[in-house]
Design a binder for this molecule. Structure first.
Ligand SMILES: O=P(O)(O)OC[C@H]1O[C@H](OP(=O)(O)OP(=O)(O)O)[C@H](O)[C@@H]1O
Ligand code: HPA
Length: 179
């Protein structure tokens, strides 16, 4: 399939990860989670906005009983991290004693996940792990154990499949990187 470059705001992006590759990597993560959490009814916590597409496709591939809830925790404007971590919004149910799996679209500097995990641990879950579609190992600034990364990428700004550049690009089926 041909994927011409796309323009979003002031920048051009070229094809990076086609949809079939994304979906294949999501299937593999779902199979691992279905195996590891058998008998545990995990609670997925999808961190909005970026992770909605990953969460949706991952849930469809899960072969064990599981639940999902959506939380917000935003710290990004433009293409650079502000480094500020905000508190969790929207977590209505108790996670005490639950096996929680945080769903992220991307772990970049790691600020977001590093800020989120202590807030979750305060509520005494049985366990907390992180599943992310993308991780940028070169950019990580925290000592994080990301147990379920679907794909590792280089230090490129990417959009598509839920990921945005200043609000746009989330609807793209494929992932593009800035040119
Ligand atoms: O590892 P980090 O450097 O913290 O970057 C990753 C976070 O940044 C993005 O969220 P953003 O705050 O842009 O909100 P969004 O999901 O609504 O786009 C992304 O969805 C992750 O949550
Ligand atoms: O590369 C990225 N693209 C979109 N959003 C992001 N948030 C952190 N890194 C990125």
């Amino acid at each position: 399939m041909h994927h011409p470059p796309v323009t979003i705001h002031d920048k051009q992006f070229s094809i990076y990860l086609p949809e079939r590759k994304i979906l294949h990597s999501v299937e593999i993560v779902a199979a691992r989670l279905s195996h590891d959490y058998r008998g545990k009814t995990p609670l997925f916590l999808s961190v909005l906005n970026g992770s909605f597409m990953f969460a949706s496709d991952l849930m469809k591939e899960m072969s064990i009983p599981c639940e999902i809830s959506f939380v917000r925790l935003s710290s990004y404007t433009d293409m650079h991290s502000t480094g500020k971590v905000k508190e969790i919004i929207g977590l209505k149910e108790s996670i005490k004693g639950r096996h929680v799996v945080v769903l992220e679209d991307i772990v970049d500097t790691g600020h977001t996940v590093a800020g989120l995990l202590p807030q979750l641990h305060q509520q005494e879950p049985a366990s907390v792990e992180v599943a992310t579609l993308l991780v940028k190992p070169e950019c990580l600034q925290h000592d994080l154990q990301i147990k379920y990364p679907a794909m590792s990428i280089a230090n490129d700004f990417v959009v598509g499949y839920g990921l945005d550049y200043n609000g746009l690009g989330r609807n793209l089926r494929d992932i593009y990187k800035v040119m």
